[in-house]
Design a protein. Structure first.
Length: 430
């Protein structure tokens, strides 16, 4: 009799424990997150997620680091959205936000933002990022994390060895210094572009858009009433700017040629490139990959001004997520001042919380040059439009024909203008 009671008691306990475990497990909500990160940045994501799960035991995070580059992630995301398999949360390029919001792919976060403004305790600096770069048609669709803009980076030791006492101030000085620091026969170049072959908006920014603005022009304007963009790649400033870039490669031979793009980072590490386009993500990689590299940054060289663009990456939420509140909680966590400070040594980009710029990691001379650049009025955020990736990708393909020496500057710009107009028709004349 005693044995039967004992067995019955054990069975009841087992069933009870199983039921309790089932209830606990069913209460746990899983959020899927996609990022694109190199080996330096990935530990930062993992650290932030670990701390989030410790303080949110009812939420589990499944992190996927999508292999490839940003363009690969973009294509995979479009396919995943179409198949209904996109993640709950995405960390991607800031300029995707407009397109994804326009297509209804990501969640309108405005009501959450309005509700939690006091909790966010956003500084005016962070708030401006939200209003300018994270909104579409007046509504918030994402939260920014880490901002970046191009400034020229340079090898301090190479400058000293060549007897160059200061960094170039104008386009003319930039070319003169690049010429002095170049010896193609020894695979030594005065300058290297940040990209030559990327078929995406970054390529257009690096080889044309930024330079055109420095020359006093623009390649695109957006109608304030309709939001529709107009491209003008054939204005005199764009022609002057693109010719300056291409001539530096093929006439003056002071810029690393495109066929060596795959060795870009190695050549910088080895002291074979004196100047290059630099942003914060490079700084963290360089400090880890080449700890003895003595590098810094300086203001953009001036033609009419020293223009460059402010960009950032965003956390956005899938419009179909089952857990919008939990996803919003994770976005706030990822982009908080405390978490941005935590990941600063991994991430590389300057924090969107200006208060964090006082952190030791940002006292490196290269960051200080970037901060000086930020203070200039011509350092402005991107204005984007629906179809940004497709339009700018098409432009990049045509510009690359001149960058790779296959056609003239004029022909490349003419064909780029044509394809830009064709792509815009697909977006705005549906």
């Amino acid at each position: 009799m005693f044995l039967k009671k004992f067995i019955l008691t054990v069975l009841v306990l087992v069933v009870s424990i199983t039921l309790i475990q089932g209830i606990v497990l069913s209460a746990i909500k899983t959020l899927t997150v996609w990022v694109q990160a190199d080996a330096v940045r990935l530990p930062g994501y993992e650290l932030v997620i670990k701390k989030f799960e410790e303080t949110h035991p009812d939420i589990k995070i499944e992190l996927t680091n999508v292999p490839g580059g940003w363009s690969d992630l973009y294509r995979k995301l479009l396919a995943a959205f179409a198949a209904g398999t996109a993640p709950d949360i995405l960390y991607g390029k800031g300029y995707w936000l407009t397109e994804f919001a326009d297509k209804g792919l990501i969640l309108d976060l405005h009501k959450y933002f309005i509700r939690d403004q006091k909790e966010l305790n956003a500084s005016s600096f962070f708030f401006n990022h939200l209003m300018i770069g994270s909104s579409y048609k007046g509504h918030i669709y994402g939260l920014p994390r880490g901002e970046y803009w191009y400034t020229p980076g340079y090898n301090v030791d190479l400058f000293k060895q060549a007897g160059i006492s200061r960094t170039p101030n104008t386009w003319e000085e930039f070319r003169t210094v690049a010429n002095k620091l170049s010896n193609p026969e020894k695979k030594q170049w005065g300058f290297a572009l940040s990209t030559y072959s990327r078929v995406d908006p970054v390529c257009v920014e690096a080889v044309l858009d930024t330079w055109t603005r420095q020359a006093g022009g623009q390649i695109m304007t957006i109608d304030k009433k309709t939001g529709k963009p107009t491209y003008n790649l054939l204005n005199k400033e764009a022609k002057e700017a693109f010719k300056f870039v291409v001539d530096n490669i093929y006439v003056y031979k002071n810029t690393m040629p495109p066929e060596l793009e795959g060795s870009w980072e190695t050549l910088i590490y080895n002291g074979q490139v004196a100047m290059w386009w630099l942003h914060g993500g490079h700084i963290s990689r360089f400090r880890k990959g080449a700890p003895n590299l003595n590098f810094s940054s300086f203001l953009m060289p001036k033609r009419v001004n020293r223009a460059t663009y402010i960009a950032d990456n965003k956390f956005v939420v899938n419009a179909r997520t089952k857990y919008p509140e939990e996803a919003w909680s994770l976005l706030k966590w990822f982009t908080s001042k405390e978490m941005e400070a935590l990941v600063a040594p991994y991430e590389g980009h300057l924090s969107v919380w200006k208060e964090n710029w006082k952190l030791p990691v940002f006292q490196h001379p290269a960051y200080q040059g970037m901060i000086r650049q930020f203070s200039l009025p011509e350092t402005v955020p991107f204005q984007t439009h629906p179809g940004w990736e497709a339009v700018r990708g098409a432009i990049a393909r045509e510009l690359q024909k001149a960058i790779f020496g296959k056609t003239s500057v004029e022909e490349a710009l003419q064909s780029a203008q044509r394809v830009a107009e064709e792509e815009l028709k697909k977006v705005y004349e549906k």
